[in-house]
Design a protein around this ligand. Structure first.
Ligand code: FEC
Length: 316
């Protein structure tokens, strides 16, 4: 008999339309509505990326579909059924767990489409999913991070090398390109909590640099929230200013904390950082996002299968 295992694939979520931006922003701000100025500023950013379309939704849909296909490709005695659960938009994480209940799923694996663990990022997805699963009688195991998975390092190193090749083709020496690994900033207080986020990001950066033979690299933060407390820095915009002062001319951005094209990549890097780079006379390129690249799907499928096997072992 084929056993069914649910896979709750969790992602940040994005509005469905410009009209939905206010509710989305209010959810991110834990129920506090943004001011009209804040709302306008966010809508303007969405308008700027692709005229008010929300690429993260389509990318997440494709990733979930592709993962289900890959998980079931080799057949076997387990059927994996993937469900989407979004942090700040429909279908919410809790909706995904409810859908599993409706389909009679009794055991499931949860995974977040973000490779690095922080109690303030992946930790909150897992907390919400676990609470709902416990209340619904579903046994769930969670993948917490996969930031050093060999296939992830491999595919990201190839992305970095491909762009370094492009720099070379246009006359820049490979060693003159400064590689900037980046991820979403979080409030500085995570460090005092002993959170692994920063260390995991540095480990991923180093592993990619070693594999791709990159010697000039550094890690920098991006997309810090607009709140009063201090956020982890330096921010990528300040890093670009510093690099320009030290006569660096070529910069490759590698946003390793993100796996999809979305606002934080298409606006914060491709529009905002790119505009500053032009002003500073820096040549800035960015590695392509993973999106539903089969190599990324293979990473997800591998870590989900590993978790699922633990689930079956402990299942009476
Ligand atoms: O394309 C899209 O529609 C969504 C892009 C998007 C991604 C994303 C990922 C992460 N965030 C993380 C942490 C925070 C914290 C706050 C915060 C605020 C925002 C706002 C928008 C937004 N985030 Fe986000 N984030 C994305 C979008 N994020 C929009 C609100 C306006 C702004 O600040 O720009 C601050 C909350 C607060 O006010 O208290 C904290 C982390 C990630 C990466 C991990 C993950 O994907 O979950 C961490 C994509």
């Amino acid at each position: 008999m084929t056993a069914k295992i649910g896979v709750l694939v969790m992602s940040y979520g994005t509005p469905e339309s410009l009209e939905g931006v206010e509710a989305y922003y209010t959810h991110i701000r834990r129920g506090n509505a943004p001011s009209p100025e804040q709302l306008k500023e966010l809508k303007d950013r969405y308008e700027a990326i692709v005229g008010g379309v929300f690429p993260l939704r389509e990318n997440t849909d494709r990733q979930v579909e592709a993962l289900q296909e890959m998980l079931n490709r080799s057949g076997g005695d387990v059927e994996y059924v993937c469900y989407q659960g979004l942090k700040h938009a429909r279908p919410f994480i809790e909706d995904g767990v409810e859908a599993m209940v409706r389909d009679g799923i009794s055991q499931a694996v949860g995974i977040v489409l973000a490779p690095h663990y922080s109690v303030m990022s992946v930790g909150t997805y897992i907390k919400r999913a676990k609470e709902k699963a416990d209340a619904s009688g579903i046994r769930m195991e969670f993948v917490e991070s996969y930031h050093l998975h060999p296939e992830l390092i491999d595919v990201l190193s190839r992305r970095v090398s491909a762009k370094l090749d492009q720099f070379e083709e246009t006359g820049a020496a490979r060693g003159d390109v400064q590689v900037l690994f980046s991820a979403h900033s979080l409030p500085e207080r995570i460090l005092a909590m002993g959170d692994p986020y920063r260390d995991q990001l540095l480990e991923t950066s180093k592993a990619i640099a070693d594999r791709a033979g990159v010697t000039s690299w550094q890690f920098t933060w991006q997309s810090a929230g607009r709140t009063a407390e201090p956020w982890l820095g330096p921010d990528i915009l300040d890093t670009l200013r510093e690099l320009s002062k030290s006569q660096v001319k070529y910069v490759l951005s590698a946003p390793i904390g993100f796996v999809s094209d979305h606002l934080e990549v298409l606006y914060d890097l491709d529009i905002e950082a790119q505009a500053l780079a032009s002003e500073l006379d820096l040549r800035l390129m960015r590695i392509d996002s993973l999106n539903s690249d089969p190599a990324y799907m293979s990473v997800l499928s591998d870590v989900v299968r590993t978790k699922a096997s633990q689930l079956k072992v402990i299942q009476p």
